[in-house]
Design a protein around this ligand. Structure first.
Ligand SMILES: [Zn+2]
Ligand SMILES: [Zn+2]
Length: 264
């Protein structure tokens, strides 16, 4: 059984928990270490299970808490060397563990598959986390979905999937033109429409749950995001994440033919 929780999700901070009864990893630490630990505590997620932090890219909404959290818990931070160079000095972890995009890393009983994606960062990566035949994808900060994203998405049983902006809200909103162009570009973010098309066309039949993630506060609303996925709600369990509070702890179990769940 795998437990999932969006500790924080949005343009002001991202942190995703994936764990079992013994081991856990965080994907990104984009809020303060103190807040990550407080939110984990609130959801009864034991921080002593945390064995590693994986950083997708150097933007502060993904990296700002990594240094302090890794020091406090004495756990490694996995990132690419180019991401490390791109980080602000006060975010750089003390003892980074470098990986090459495409490399697989074993942490306890979890296997982390790393791959490059399109985003305006030094060496942006996403992760698919495998445990006992179950696959969890954390796919945010994606300008346009490349083959890597599509291929990894096809294998997932659970997904944190970026649904950053409503196209009309962004185009008619108050952001400066340059920022709008950056978000809309192939190296910006996934819109509600793009996320919907990606899910509709590339998800596998085993996919169970999708958490819409990294919603923009300015250019999206939870209602617009989840409303865009109405067509797929019969097929998948589609849920929201929040920037303000930790999400629910979702237990992803192995589904047997009878439709029962294995929580061993
Ligand atoms: Zn981000
Ligand atoms: Zn980013």
């Amino acid at each position: 059984m795998v437990e999932l929780c969006a500790i924080a999700s949005g343009s002001n901070g991202n942190c995703y928990y994936i764990g079992n009864h013994r081991d856990a990893v965080l994907v990104d630490a984009g809020i303060s270490a103190r807040l990550i630990l407080a939110r984990m505590n609130k959801q009864n997620l034991d921080s002593s299970r945390l064995k590693a932090i994986f950083i997708t890219h150097e933007h502060s909404d993904h990296a700002m808490g990594a240094r302090v959290l890794s020091k406090r818990l004495h756990i490694p931070v996995f990132l690419t060397s180019r991401t490390f160079v791109g980080m602000y000095p006060n975010q750089k972890p003390f003892a980074p563990r470098f990986f090459e995009p495409g490399q697989e890393i074993q942490v306890g009983s979890f296997r982390i598959h790393t791959f490059l994606k399109n985003h305006d960062a030094a060496e942006p990566c996403s992760f698919r986390i495998e445990h006992d035949g179950m696959h969890v994808g954390v796919f945010t900060d994606i300008g346009s979905a490349c083959d890597n994203v599509r291929r990894n998405l096809q294998m997932c049983h659970a997904l944190f999937l970026e649904s950053n902006y409503d196209d009309t809200m962004l185009r008619e909103g108050s952001y400066p033109l340059l920022l709008k162009q950056r978000i809309l570009s192939d190296h910006g973010h996934l819109s509600n429409d793009q996320a919907f098309e990606l899910l509709k066309n590339y998800s596998g039949t085993q996919l169970e749950v999708v958490f819409l993630s990294h919603l923009s506060a300015e250019n999206n609303t939870p209602e617009k995001a989840i409303g865009r996925f109405t067509e797929l709600k019969e097929k998948y369990n589609i849920r929201l994440t929040s920037r303000y509070a930790p999400g629910e702890v979702f237990k992803l179990g192995k589904r047997f033919e009878q439709g029962t769940l294995d929580f061993s």
